[in-house]
Design a protein around this ligand. Structure first.
Ligand code: SIN
Length: 534
């Protein structure tokens, strides 16, 4: 990362554009490129392409492009995975635009795998009825896509980059978002900047780093969802957190991923005794929906029986060539997956919930759009179909670009204002962050109970009262949204599983919509009840 002085020569602060995109992952960069030549500013917590989950995606983008596949089949799989609460119109719109967006990515230089005749090659993942995942060199899709987009962005003169800044607060004028306040990332000066805007697009990614074990980068702490909720935006389906079944269990934070495409190739799951435990749990065995496999592995790990992914027969000596990313992770840990089994554990991978958006990425606040994992468009319901996330990111960021360019004339430029002096700590206290992550994993994780979630709420409330960091307050806000929504949903569905309500309920076959005020009221009521009974 360049030093601040190199990143921000004085002239960079002369004028700001009226459109600011917060986030340097796939959704943010694709939106910026789609808006060119309209001037936009991209504000990113780390150098663009890093600090975002997109570059770590292994499998690819789901698109019905192979022979025999159709939009209808892809929609049907998306609805089935989403466990009854996918918004069918949104899912259809998303799936229908997949081929066009893949075409855009090819134009930006993404080297998707093709056969000798130039047809896209596709892989299979769990809960897909067809081979549908457009990929790059086996497991390198995210890296290749982000590499191409980062180069395209860096050579697009209409895109200005403010890298190493974390957005902390939206500035409101009534119900209208009219600006934002951001600060440098950790270890740099406390100078904050204020930007006046006509349109802000939040594309800050997910929530994995609110948990102890995650495949997401440390920046994925729910900050974007938290800052939008604090400004009054409606948040949808926050209780639905997806655990990837097979993170590599080598004690690393973040945990490296062993792509689901490995199970698609026939790799099998075993416990220490060599038993193929998934066969007892679901007729689809290792290819059962992600939440079922995650719970199967969780049970084995928690009961001390251990869980291992065996690729020695299905992939064997081809591993290094076919799955170079996973091979590299294994090699670093002294594992040769061609001959050794890979230890696995479920890890938070994706947040189905987030800022409520419509088909054009508009939120419930004027002047605020959002795209990518930070949103809840309704396309994923209670459980995302593998590889639909990169698809959602490109489809809706492109629609936002059209919406803004079609409806928002170029505005007056406003200077970026710099203010010296810290008003609060920037980074959370490490002990408090550790407690937050332990609490979410222990009480709001793969398996949830009323008692556990009530404990979590009390700890989160205590941490909120002590927080002196706006950044930490944003993270806690998202954690509270997840926990309260999970407590209110008295059933199990998709990624949300409660031992006290283990089945889905017809009365709960609906999405959740919550504001932060409603969450705080629920917490106040709970606290009052606890005091009454004490
Ligand atoms: C994977 O490669 O297993 C992850 C794909 C996804 O989460 O969509």
């Amino acid at each position: 990362m360049p030093k601040q002085a190199e990143l921000f020569p004085p002239e960079a602060f002369a004028d700001s554009d009226d459109v600011v995109i917060i986030g340097g992952g796939l959704a943010g960069l694709f939106c910026a490129l789609k808006m060119a030549p309209r001037p936009v500013t991209v504000l990113a917590a780390a150098a663009i392409g890093t600090g975002a989950s997109s570059a770590w995606a292994q499998a690819g983008i789901a698109a019905a492009v192979s022979k025999g596949d159709t939009v209808e089949k892809h929609v049907a799989d998306t609805l089935a995975a989403g466990a009854g609460i996918v918004d069918e119109n949104i899912a259809t719109l998303m799936v229908d635009q997949a081929a066009d967006r893949i075409h855009d990515l090819l134009e930006y230089g993404v080297p998707f795998d093709t056969d000798l005749e130039g047809h896209l090659l596709t892989s299979r993942e769990a809960a897909h009825s067809e081979n549908r995942v457009v990929r790059v060199k086996g497991d390198m899709a995210g890296k290749a896509i982000m590499g191409a987009l980062v180069s395209a962005v860096r050579s697009t003169p209409s895109i200005r980059l403010l890298e190493g800044y974390v957005a902390e607060e939206l500035v409101m004028t009534g119900k209208h978002v009219t600006g934002l306040i951001a600060r440098p990332d950790e270890g740099r000066s406390q100078t904050r900047i204020e930007l006046t805007t006509r349109a802000i697009i939040i594309a800050t990614g997910g929530v994995g780093a609110l948990y102890e074990i995650t495949t997401n980068p440390k920046q994925a702490r729910g900050g974007g969802c938290g800052l939008a909720a604090r400004a009054g935006a409606v948040i949808a389906d926050p209780e639905f957190v997806q655990f990837h079944p097979t993170a590599i269990n080598i004690g690393k934070d973040p945990a490296p991923l062993a792509t689901e495409a490995l199970r698609g190739e026939g790799c099998t799951l075993h416990n220490d005794a060599g038993e193929r435990f998934m066969l007892k749990i679901d007729e689809d065995g290792e290819m059962a929906p992600r939440d079922i496999v995650a719970r199967g592995i969780f049970d084995e790990v928690m009961s001390g029986r251990g869980a291992w992914l065996d690729c020695t027969k299905a992939v064997g000596s081809h591993f290094k060539d076919e799955f170079p990313t996973v091979y590299g992770y294994c090699q670093d840990a002294g594992i040769d997956p061609a001959i050794d089994r890979i230890p696995v554990i479920p890890a938070v991978h994706y947040h189905m919930g987030g800022i409520l958006t419509d088909a054009d990425g508009r939120t419930t606040l004027d002047g605020l759009w959002a795209c990518g994992e930070v949103t809840s468009t309704g396309a994923h319901g209670a459980n995302r179909l593998a590889s639909n996330s990169l698809l959602e990111a490109v489809v809706f960021s492109s629609r936002i670009a059209d919406d803004i360019c079609d409806h928002l004339p170029l505005g007056k430029q406003h200077p970026i204002v710099q203010r010296n002096g810290p008003e609060d700590g920037t980074e959370p206290n490490p002990e408090n962050l550790k407690l937050l992550r332990e609490t979410m994993s222990k009480y709001v994780g793969v398996v949830r109970t009323e008692e556990g979630m009530k404990k979590a709420i009390s700890i989160l409330q205590d941490l909120s009262q002590k927080s002196t960091s706006t950044r930490f307050t944003n993270a806690l806000t998202t954690a509270k949204l997840i926990t309260v929504a999970a407590l209110l949903r008295e059933e199990s569905r998709g990624g949300h599983y409660r031992t006290d309500f283990p089945d889905p309920k017809e009365s709960w076959k609906r999405r959740t919509f919550l504001t932060l005020d409603e969450v705080e009221n629920t917490i106040a009521e709970l606290t009052a009840k606890i005091c009454e009974t004490a």
